[in-house]
Design a protein around this ligand. Structure first.
Ligand SMILES: Cc1cc2nc3c(=O)[nH]c(=O)nc-3n(C[C@H](O)[C@H](O)[C@H](O)COP(=O)(O)O)c2cc1C
Ligand code: SF4
Ligand code: SF4
Length: 306
């Protein structure tokens, strides 16, 4: 039997038959035969998650997963130490806690552009987030100049202008509510006034109420085939927010972008994003024009220990 499938290459000269890869493979693809690891010859994309657990765990470096691109571990700003950090080692929780608790949504930015290499490094951090069935079917569209940010901003503003006009129609709201479509009425009650004010400020005071003057945006989307695309995008965004803070950048998730881009696909077309993709998250980012003195508390969450 071949030790190698198109998905998993195992070097029999290196393999000592320790069985580590067999234990860590979540898909039961690897087995030991004659004290040597073998990948099931019918291993295909449906079976192998391409998670790389086997490759990461093998003490003899006997396993290679061709689909894992080593260039994705290379960062522009620093050399990544490829040695695995075991739980409880390397980074004190107090340092991580300070980073997590110091990140704040930034709503005042300098106009200094964010370097493309920095955006690339942030995307490298993003793709190490977990994803449902390891689909990693995310897409990242970076708007790297203020003029591109404004193209998106104006398209979103126009969407909300149209929506507000629709929501002003009380008869339409009532008629829709009667047939169970209460979304427009909910929008009118909860968002209409604040959106109206924001549009007015954008048009008469040149205030960027949407992106807060950010010089760059990362739109995180998904290609078809992802099992949990929204969750994947937000987990990737979480890595970006924390990574950006360590790089001296401020960030803000902009939820107001997502519903318009889902409802009106012409917006993504304007940016050259293929129709097959769906946008789930938008991160505004730039060098911050705001500073803080201290870490504050949070609201009390509901916690149950059962
Ligand atoms: C899904 C999501 C959508 C958000 N959308 C916006 C937005 O459209 N505009 C904005 O200024 N902040 C937005 N935020 C930022 C939140 O307002 C912010 O995270 C919250 O107030 C807590 O503040 P902090 O991020 O500084 O801890 C969003 C946050 C999340 C998680
Ligand atoms: S972990 Fe490496 S050395 Fe151990 S059985 Fe698997 S391939 Fe062989
Ligand atoms: S990449 Fe993951 S799923 Fe595929 S063989 Fe290795 S451990 Fe198993």
């Amino acid at each position: 039997m071949s030790l190698t499938s198109a998905f998993v290459n195992i070097d029999p000269d290196r393999c000592t038959g320790c069985g580590t890869c067999v234990r860590v493979c979540p898909s039961d693809i690897i087995s030991l035969e004659n004290r040597t690891a073998h990948a099931a010859p019918d291993t295909d994309a449906a079976k192998c998650l391409v998670c790389g657990h086997c490759m990461a765990a093998c003490p003899e470096s006997a396993i290679h997963i061709p689909a894992l691109d080593p260039s994705q571990n290379r960062f522009f700003a620093f050399d990544l130490d490829p040695a695995w950090l075991a739980p409880g080692t390397g980074i004190p929780t107090s340092d991580l806690a300070r980073l997590i608790c110091s990140r704040r949504s930034c709503r005042h930015y300098k106009q200094t552009p964010v370097e493309k290499e920095t955006l690339q490094d942030l995307i490298r951090l993003a793709v190490f987030a977990p994803s449902g069935t390891n689909s990693q079917a995310w897409t990242f569209t970076c708007l790297t100049s203020r003029s591109q940010v404004l193209v998106l901003g104006n398209a979103i503003k126009d969407f909300f202008k149209r929506l507000n006009k629709k929501a002003e129609n009380g008869l339409l709201r009532k008629a829709l509510a009667l047939v169970g479509a209460k979304t427009l009425d909910h929008y009118y009650r909860n968002y209409y006034e604040s959106v109206k004010t924001a549009i007015l400020q954008m048009e008469t005071q040149n205030r960027d109420r949407l992106f807060h003057g950010a010089p760059a945006i990362i739109l995180i989307g998904s290609s078809p085939g992802a099992s949990c695309p929204k969750e994947d995008a937000l987990l990737a965004a979480g890595n970006i927010l924390l990574g950006a803070h360590t790089m001296g950048l401020g960030t803000c998730l902009i939820g107001y972008v997502v519903a318009p881009m889902t409802a009106d696909r012409s917006i993504q077309k304007k940016l050259g994003i293929p129709a097959s993709e769906t946008i789930h998250a938008a991160v505004a980012l730039g060098y911050p024009k705001e500073t803080y003195q201290r870490i504050t508390g949070r609201k009390r969450p509901v916690i149950r220990m059962i």
